[in-house]
Design a protein around this ligand. Structure first.
Ligand code: MF3
Ligand code: CO
Ligand code: CO
Length: 284
């Protein structure tokens, strides 16, 4: 997004007075409130919705073709060509030096798995495909899990319960609530199922940039952190481990995050808009 264009939209479409006033009041009461420039305006929301539609189409395309024996590079090829065909750009490519167009994280890989020709999907694998689309300068970020062939009951359960964690996190989103409510709900649910929650990585503001404020922890405390103001756009993307919560970074590529104990991990992600009545998923 061009800085000038962004400023123009902000001037043309100011925040509704009742929202701006409430933000001010909360600030006066020492609550953490995002700067007005990060509250998305109708034109921006429309742009993000369109980016979300391409993002969803892209993951649907992956879903159609993913199978045992295919390489993660082939997933990268699908994501890259679908995105280009629909006028978009893959945000990961060259992002802080990231070398590919999508993240493909298998089994004990928590996130940021790098596609490669030699990395073939095997029967029984679980894989997260995390796709971030830029369309006309607007970002949409979402990921899904895929089951490859005959997957063990244990792995299926992890994948399903992690999806439930995202849903539980979404249900905790209330306008004028707090970011901490989301992580509180997710971690309580995950632990009740015997799983652990990754702490080092989390969701984030998104829309004009890839990673905006706030950081959306999946282990938050109720009524803490930033206020969820209508017009904010964030991701929720819990990474849930079958074993311990600890992770380690790949020392060779500097990107891929693994579970420290080598056990499985799953993740689901959506980009959402905080609305005056709740939230809207932008990556459906
Ligand atoms: N899509 C990831 C997220 O959900 C970020 C990937 S960064 C990359 O925030 F460089 F690895 F692509
Ligand atoms: Co994200
Ligand atoms: Co993502």
């Amino acid at each position: 997004m061009d800085e000038k264009q962004w400023k123009e939209i902000m001037e043309r479409e100011p925040i509704a007075p009742h929202i701006a006033e409430r933000m001010e009041q909360l600030r006066a009461h020492h609550q953490e409130v995002i700067d007005a420039e990060w509250i998305k305006r109708p034109t921006m929301i429309e742009g993000m919705r369109k980016a979300g539609t391409v993002n969803t189409g892209c993951l649907d395309e992956v879903a159609k073709h993913i199978h045992a024996g295919m390489s993660t590079q082939e997933i990268d090829d699908i994501v890259s060509s679908y995105t280009k065909q629909h006028g978009g750009i893959c945000a990961p490519l060259n992002y802080e030096g990231y070398p590919k167009s999508v993240c493909t994280s298998i089994n004990g890989e928590v996130c940021h798995g790098i596609p490669a020709r030699h990395r073939k999907l095997r029967d029984g694998d679980i894989i997260n495909v995390d796709c971030t689309t830029i369309l006309d300068g607007y970002y949409a970020d979402a990921s899904r899990m895929f089951l490859i062939g005959n997957v063990s009951e244990e792995r299926r359960r992890l994948v399903e319960e992690t999806k439930k964690c995202l849903e539980v996190g979404l249900q905790a989103v209330k306008p004028w609530g707090h970011v901490g409510d989301i992580g509180y709900a997710i971690s309580r649910y995950a632990r009740s199922k015997g799983y652990s929650v990754v702490r080092e990585l989390g969701g984030h503001g998104v829309g004009i940039g890839f990673h905006e404020d706030p950081f959306v922890s999946h282990v938050g405390k109720k009524d803490t952190g930033m206020v969820l103001v209508p017009g904010m756009t964030i991701t929720i993307e819990p990474m849930i481990n079958a074993g311990k919560a600890a992770v380690r970074l790949d020392p060779y590529n500097g990107w891929t995050v693994y579970t420290a104990d080598g056990k499985d991990s799953a993740q689901w992600e959506h980009t959402i808009l905080i609305t005056e009545t709740g939230y809207e998923i932008l990556t459906y």
